[in-house]
Design a protein around this ligand. Structure first.
Ligand SMILES: *[C@@H]1O[C@H](CO)[C@@H](O)[C@H](O)[C@H]1NC(C)=O
Ligand SMILES: *[C@@H]1O[C@H](CO)[C@@H](O)[C@H](O)[C@H]1NC(C)=O
Ligand SMILES: *[C@@H]1O[C@H](CO)[C@@H](O)[C@H](O)[C@H]1NC(C)=O
Ligand SMILES: *[C@@H]1O[C@H](CO)[C@@H](O)[C@H](O)[C@H]1NC(C)=O
Ligand SMILES: *[C@@H]1O[C@H](CO)[C@@H](O)[C@H](O)[C@H]1NC(C)=O
Length: 467
């Protein structure tokens, strides 16, 4: 199999030299983080489980969506974690993960979306959770990762579904999140109301006329600046959870199209979280544009009253390090998000539940850009923790190369490559898995324009999985 890549992972990675390390932290290891800080990796149900039509599972909207999109071999099988979870937990344990974030497939647990619980689905998640716990790996569970049962359109069913999950798996799982925005406020008034969103964060740089000019990096948005207050994905659900209401400017710009909280709702929503979970993928340049408030019909985008532009790899050559095609985000973005929570939202506990590096599939198992991404972001995370952030954990996305909603199997984020041409769907560790494992096992990471991993040789059993 390895001929496909022309490399052998049996090689020992002792010194990984990468130019231009951005992290400000000096030599560090995981022991520089506060006790109890967790390092994990994540996946989500639809992207890894497979067994789409087995044991009583019914389609979710993602099954419908991807099936109607042509060219989708294997999506019903995915990484087949449904059948291979033992093996995957074994890989996690060998790697030294403290925690695994996965999601529950609603339509596997409750096939019609509401009503009776599917015993096979229940057993699967119980098995997975028990397997993790028996290996000392903490489960972090996302209830709803975009895969609403096709049978449902009704939000209120989410409360019942969540209730089943809390009752069935609550013994083993402490950390619950959801990716569906509407669920957050639905849950807030509920008994188990402490359900935080996986909040998709995007830090903002303020651009003037030269958008994408890297010299603007230091202009991390002053989030009290008017247009930024209602920018999507950040304040619109953090503000209600922290302060009990939408930001003033958002109410003003959206007018009657924005539902308002009653006093009781506001009271229930306010403070109804134990922690925030951040999925961090993008950074955005924004510029005031009140003109958009004159656009009719006004929509959500227009209400923001800003021009905005994602920071792409082209935005700044400094971050165009990779010969591959993925975008590289400057790690100060993560710092910006954590500082924003610290300085403006009372420094709640935060898990970085997703941060990943997208790279083309089928290129190489030597995924240096991913290693660099890990090194830079963990370094910046440490700086930020040292500056008082209440971050509690970091989960790299993703454990395995998973089916991507945007481009199928063209690209992957995984620490492990999954050979989709192999009926066994064998997993192969990339160099990033090796790197992460060494870090997890206490290896030191040094700056000086390079990475050097000292300490124990990894025990990743790549030899076992290479034919
Ligand atoms: C925008 O550009 C003007 C003119 O160059 C400059 O005076 C101003 O400080 C800039 N604003 C920001 C936020 O960079
Ligand atoms: C970067 O910009 C150039 C010129 O605009 C364009 O041709 C190229 O496709 C861009 N690269 C990527 C990776 O987007
Ligand atoms: C560190 O924290 C202080 C106090 O919140 C803040 O003023 C400062 O900007 C932070 N430093 C960085 C680099 O974010
Ligand atoms: C990856 O490589 C295999 C074998 O060379 C090929 O069959 C498959 O289509 C490739 N997948 C992608 C996404 O390019
Ligand atoms: C290296 O690993 C072995 C076996 O896991 C362990 O017994 C030993 O203490 C480790 N040494 C160091 C320096 O961490």
């Amino acid at each position: 199999m390895m001929e496909k890549f022309g490399v052998s992972l049996r090689l020992l990675v002792v010194g990984l030299v990468i130019a231009e390390i951005v992290s400000g932290a000096d030599e560090f290891s995981r022991y520089d983080f506060p006790p109890g800080f967790v390092f994990g990796a994540g996946t989500s149900a639809y992207k890894v489980e497979g067994a789409a039509n087995e044991d009583g599972r019914t389609p979710s909207i993602l099954d419908t969506w991807t099936h109607s999109d042509s060219g989708g071999a294997n999506r019903d099988i995915a990484c087949d974690q449904y059948h291979k979870y033992n093996e995957d937990v074994e890989l996690m344990a060998e790697m030294g993960l403290d925690a695994y974030r996965f999601s529950i497939s609603w339509s596997r647990l409750i096939p019609n979306g509401r009503g009776s619980v599917n015993p096979k689905g229940l057993q699967y998640y119980n098995n997975l959770i028990n397997e993790l716990i028996s290996h000392g790996i903490e489960p972090h569970v996302t209830l709803h990762h975009f895969d609403l049962p096709q049978a449902l359109e009704d939000e209120k069913d989410f409360v019942e579904y969540a209730d089943v999950c809390f009752r069935m798996f609550g013994d083993g799982v402490k950390y619950w999140t959801t990716l569906n925005e509407a669920n957050i406020f639905t849950m807030a008034g509920y008994d188990h109301g402490l359900l935080p969103p996986n909040h998709c964060s995007s830090p903002f740089g303020y651009f003037n006329s030269t958008k994408g000019d890297s010299s603007l990096e230091p202009y991390l948005a002053d989030h009290t600046h008017r247009p930024l207050d209602c920018i999507r994905r950040n304040t619109r659900f953090v503000e209600p959870l922290v302060h009990g209401d939408y930001p003033e400017v958002m109410k003003k710009n959206a007018g009657s199209r924005l539902p308002s909280f009653t006093a009781l709702e506001s009271q229930k929503v306010k403070g109804s979280y134990d922690f925030f979970a951040v999925n961090f993928y993008s950074a955005t340049y924004v510029k005031d544009n009140s003109e958009s408030l004159n656009v009719e019909p006004r929509d959500y985008e227009a209400d923001m009253a800003v021009d905005w532009e994602r920071m792409q790899e082209n935005a700044s050559s400094k971050y165009t390090l990779s010969p591959l095609f993925e975008s590289s985000l400057p790690p100060w973005g993560l710092q910006g998000v954590l500082e924003l929570f610290k300085q403006n939202y009372g420094n709640p506990p935060i898990f970085i539940h997703e941060k990943g590096k997208r790279m083309r599939q089928n290129t190489s198992l030597e995924d240096w850009p991913r290693i660099q991404c890990l090194q830079e972001h963990i370094g910046v995370l440490l700086d930020t923790v040292r500056n008082g952030s209440n971050a509690k954990g970091y989960f790299t996305w993703s454990l395995l190369d998973v089916f991507g909603l945007l481009d199928g199997y063209q690209s992957g984020y995984g620490l492990y490559y999954v050979d989709l041409d192999d009926p066994e769907l064998r997993r192969f560790p990339k160099l990033s898995a090796e790197w992460y494992s060494r870090f997890l096992k206490g290896g030191s990471i040094t700056p000086d324009g390079g990475i050097e991993l000292k300490g124990n040789q990894s025990s990743l059993s790549s030899a076992q999985v290479i034919r």
